[in-house]
Write a protein that binds this ligand. Structure first.
Ligand SMILES: [Zn+2]
Length: 510
């Protein structure tokens, strides 16, 4: 089940504003005190903490809705648990968890859930943050919402049965505004895949290979020519460049702060541990920007339901990559490339939109010619490799094409890669491939790749893109294109989706 949280601002009266502030501070002190106790005495179970504290806080704050006391205890237990876990991993330095803010959780009975979900277009909530002892009107507060487009989009899905509204409502304050946070549970879609997409994450780009599937994939014999073209393109992410820029700015901040942190001995204390440094770095919002780009890429890859093929990344892909890379800038950039995050977001979005993710081994994906299955040679341009059969191949395109090959029978039955049989046990892939991807699709993909391969044998320049020996080295990343726009001229317009020179070559072979 997928969850999506949507925050909607509340229109709060002065009276309710004051009340919510009071409720929040009671709630906060309960969470704080219990979390501290829980860590100190290592009692983190919610049930145990409830037994220990419920009565105490009920009598201490008799006006607080008892449901909120229960929720506060639960929240304290969660905070304590994660703190203990972080401390175990050596990530927490303070003796107790520092609880700075809380979100008030209203369970089903503490707000008008039933009424809310039976409404076609809900515009207000009724919450009960305090209890007056009697079931009167005085403890119920009606609050108007300021719903926005995103909320209505999810609400529409609730109405159509694609999503459900979780029964717990979260009320949270940010600065001086109050928000209601609705949690929607979305049912993963089951959809016929419309394409096969292989993607590969690099420092500054994501390479994409895409093959559209005809609506009736079973009729492989009658396929339309337009589907024959695997589209190869790059989405620009610039994670590496971003990291380099931020590293530079961070160094500047360090230099600027240094004089203020000089020790009598003439040395400096570690500036990166200071509050002032962290404050200034936070302002750069590096993470936000990165997350934004990750989401854009994920959204591009999952636009239509597809079978998404990607490399099986290890637990810490960065660590494997920087093995052998000496300390310094490149190392930092690789560390900062959010491989795992990108993979996670793609997977999450894929589920939501009815796509399936299929992971293939990363073994020699960018080392083998996807046309001749020979080992590629290095050139003096990192991005371009040379096939001994006499042509150049772009490393990233080789990689995505090889990933696509790996889900076809050719890969696991023949062991078509050079000396592959010695190195890999393909049997482990056979079963998987058949269950995840319908056989007719595998067959179709196989047929497409073989046709593509045959056409490439005549003009392999398609995969090369530009000449090696680029004097500017890194500048050749400037080749990358923005994601293709949806075809404007009906289904047949492939032109908008593939690089121009690739288009010319393909036209010739038709
Ligand atoms: Zn070749």
């Amino acid at each position: 089940m997928l969850r999506r949280a949507v925050a909607v601002e509340l229109e709060i009266t002065k009276e309710l504003n004051r009340l919510l502030y009071t409720v929040e501070s009671m709630y906060l002190s309960i969470v704080r005190e219990i979390a501290e106790y829980a860590v100190k005495y290592n009692v983190t179970s919610a049930t145990q903490l409830h037994r220990l504290f419920y009565r105490k806080y009920r009598s201490e704050y008799p006006s607080l809705n008892s449901q909120l006391v229960i929720q506060a205890i639960r929240q304290a237990s969660e905070i304590a648990k994660s703190f203990v876990e972080r401390r175990r991993m050596g990530l927490a330095y303070k003796p107790y968890p520092e609880v700075r803010s809380v979100s008030l959780r209203f369970v089903e009975t503490a707000w008008n859930y039933d009424q809310f979900i039976s409404s076609v277009a809900p515009v207000r909530v009724v919450i009960s943050p305090i209890s007056t002892g009697k079931k009167g009107r005085s403890d119920r507060f009606e609050v108007w919402l300021r719903p926005h487009k995103r909320f209505w989009l999810f609400w529409w899905r609730v109405l159509t049965g694609e999503a459900e509204l979780a029964s717990t409502l979260i009320i949270k304050r940010r600065a001086n505004k109050w928000y209601a946070i609705f949690v929607f549970e979305i049912k993963p879609k089951e959809e016929e895949p419309k394409s096969i997409i292989a993607f590969d994450i690099n420092e500054n780009t994501v390479a994409v290979g895409r093959i559209d599937l005809p609506s009736t994939v079973d009729k492989v014999a009658y396929w339309n020519r337009q589907y024959l073209t695997p589209q190869l393109y790059m989405i620009r992410t610039d994670f590496g460049r971003l990291a380099r820029r931020y590293k530079m700015i961070q160094n500047k901040i360090i230099e600027k702060l240094k004089p203020g942190f000089a020790l009598p001995s003439g040395k400096y204390i570690n500036i990166t541990n200071t509050r002032e440094f962290r404050k200034q770095v936070r302002k750069l919002r590096e993470r936000d920007r990165k997350v934004g780009r990750v989401r854009q890429v994920a959204s591009e890859l999952t636009k239509t339901p597809a079978i998404i093929v990607t490399e099986n990344l290890g637990e810490k892909p960065q660590d494997e990559m920087i093995n052998g890379v000496s300390k310094g800038e490149l190392r930092h950039r690789i560390k900062q490339t959010p491989f795992k995050a990108l993979e996670r977001v793609v997977e999450d979005k894929a589920l939501e939109r009815g796509s399936k993710i299929f992971r293939v081994s990363s073994y020699r994906n960018s080392r083998v010619c996807p046309i001749h299955f020979t080992r590629l040679w290095e050139t003096n341009d990192w991005h371009v490799l040379y096939c001994p059969k006499g042509h150049y191949v772009n490393r990233d395109y080789a990689s995505v094409m090889n990933m696509a090959w790996k889900i076809t029978p050719e890969a696991w039955t023949k062991g078509a890669w050079w000396d592959l049989r010695k190195k890999m046990d393909w049997r482990e892939y056979e079963g998987k491939s058949n269950t995840t991807i319908p056989y007719s699709i595998v067959q179709y993909l196989h047929a497409i790749l073989r046709t593509f391969k045959a056409s490439l044998e005549q003009s392999p320049a398609v995969l090369a893109r530009g000449k090696p020996m680029n004097p500017a080295r890194e500048a050749d990343e400037g080749w990358v294109r923005s994601p293709p726009t949806p075809p404007q001229g009906g289904e047949g317009s492939v032109a908008g989706q593939i690089p121009f020179h690739l288009f010319i070559i393909l036209r010739k072979s038709f």
